[in-house]
Design a protein around this ligand. Sequence first.
Ligand code: ACO
Ligand code: ATP
Length: 612
Amino acid sequence: MSERSGYRQLQLLQDASLWREYCEARSDSSIYLSNQQTHADAVLSRYRDYLGHEFEQVWIDCQDGLHADAIAALCGTVTTGGLLSILLPAKSSAMSHRMERFAEKHFAESNTHMQSSVSEPETRSANETLQLTNEQSSIFNALTQSTEKPYETHIITAERGRGKSTLLGQALAQAKEHSSIIVTAPRKANAKILLQQAPEAHFVAWDKLLEQPSNSEITLIIDEAAGLPLWVTEQLCQKFNPWLLATTVAGYEGCGRGFAVHFTDWAKKTLPQISVHQLTQPLRWPVNDPLEQWLTDTFLLNEQPVTQFGIRESGTFIKHASELEEDMLQQCFQLLLNAHYQSSPNDLNLLLTEPGHRLAYQSTNGEVTAVAWLMSEGPILSPLKEEVRQGQRRPKGNLLPQAIGYFLQQDWAMDLHWLRVARIAVPAAKRRRKIASELLAEIYRWALDNNYQMLGTSFAWSPGLDNFWKKNGYALWRLSSRIDSVSARPAAIYVQPLSNEFTGLCQVCQLLNQWGHNQLQWLSGGKEMLQLTEESNEIRTSLIQAYRVKAIPFDAAHFALAQWFYWQHNQHPLTELLCNSSTTLKHLGEYWGGISQRLANENLCKEVLSLH
Ligand SMILES: CC(=O)SCCNC(=O)CCNC(=O)[C@H](O)C(C)(C)COP(=O)(O)OP(=O)(O)OC[C@H]1O[C@@H](n2cnc3c(N)ncnc32)[C@H](O)[C@@H]1OP(=O)(O)O
Ligand SMILES: Nc1ncnc2c1ncn2[C@@H]1O[C@H](COP(=O)(O)OP(=O)(O)OP(=O)(O)O)[C@@H](O)[C@H]1O
């Protein structure tokens, strides 16, 4: 157990009884997360509830599996001289070895520093106004200079605990028009420190703000913007007058760094005047704190360019992440983090520990120029397969065979070996030079050599990505009518068969290619596009059959129903409504005199049964 000193300490234990004994004697200012112990403060998945709080000690029971997101998020709540204590799973993994390896590195190095210990943390009353540091003060001056509306928009980025919220709070406290300034954040707890500095601030939950009419008279402050979906932050900035936005760049949720990159690009193009500031000096813990260094190295959160120290290899490689040299792993993961803002520390855990996951990457003299995350999926065996088709089970790690087996009612898809390209990325400066296409061609060859039968991908749809995947031989099979809450775009599935052995399979794949193409045309072009679909179609028939027996929901059957009503029941009173791709169960409920969505679905099922 550590003594209190300036630097924060780390404790990693595998011995559950010893760890629990230590945990029993934890400090009063601590938090204890466990999925197994009922007297813990919370289960691990509730870790976000504690963001914005500060603790002397954080105790995380990972005995039933490492929760890298919870560790990364809560590590940032431990104050100067505090302790992060983790119970590791009994069975070691590449990830737990990694945690231990970097603990040895950073804590062995820091022991000497600890002797000459940094001063004890000061205790402060909750709403005491702090003296800003020089770094904070110079940004404070910039923030408060423009007092005339519309304010310039300031984006403040920093790693954890650099005093962002404090700065925002003090800027707000001195603002003249307090009453017309609204503060929002992913959760109210995220804005706790800001609200301590500006106790009179008016906090409104972001979802409530989205419902309000646009009003440029309302000035907005968003704390911890990376915790909100990008489209939410963008909409809020367009509805109101965005003044201050703070966001972490250490990806602990929604990936701060990726968010900062995407949002700043968008803001530069869209908002009249923006400036970006960075805070670098840690304030919740001392400079060179070994726990912060441990976290950054272990979960590859480092934003700095990688120093290449391994072999300067060139070529395309497909390997398990645990086989990669440290600099290659770091480059690949950084590229994924930057390009896909939903990436998080848990992804590294998956890459290092899941046997069916691989990293495909292209490197030129040791510099990674493209990366893809590959996942092996299927086959799904009986009796699970039948349960999947009826929508009763969704076995983890089988997105493509499961979604195609269920949403498209294609039984055969569950019998095959699939390789999913879960993510692909090329550095922004190297795009449109066919680098990703070359990597996909290599993945195709590798998948053939390794006896996969189907290749596929699933992502938030956009016209640019549709073009990219089609250019690479993938065809759209399914476009969900539900909008993803993070990207605000529909989820899409694209497929490329690898084997031409079975002519039967080849035919059904062509039908599905046509199905996906027609669905996209209908979604973009409306009812008129239904004319281009065939009068009879096997896929349509199986989807309508599944809808009749309530195996699939309305959303999954909507396109099939639209075609069927269009071709076979054109005069039916529901045809007009169903042929419109934006019709939802809510609209159908209104059509039937304001009944609930559940009843509307019942009614439609009955109608379909009676017509059959
Ligand atoms: C499963 C998923 O991960 S889907 C998400 C994909 N990844 C991302 O969105 C991350 C950010 N974007 C990227 O990293 C890159 O833009 C990628 C990976 C999408 C494409 O990488 P690139 O190396 O630029 O693609 P590449 O040069 O091979 O493109 C081949 C063709 O696809 C099409 N294409 C590629 N990107 C685009 C785009 N943004 N818009 C329209 N068409 C595109 C073009 O036809 C292009 O050929 P052209 O340049 O001669 O017109
Ligand atoms: N100028 C200062 N002097 C002393 N302490 C400060 C100062 N500014 C901030 N702090 C303290 O440092 C800690 C971190 O500050 P703050 O919460 O504002 O940082 P943050 O970057 O918003 O953190 P997070 O990344 O966790 O959201 C808090 O305990 C805060 O009270």
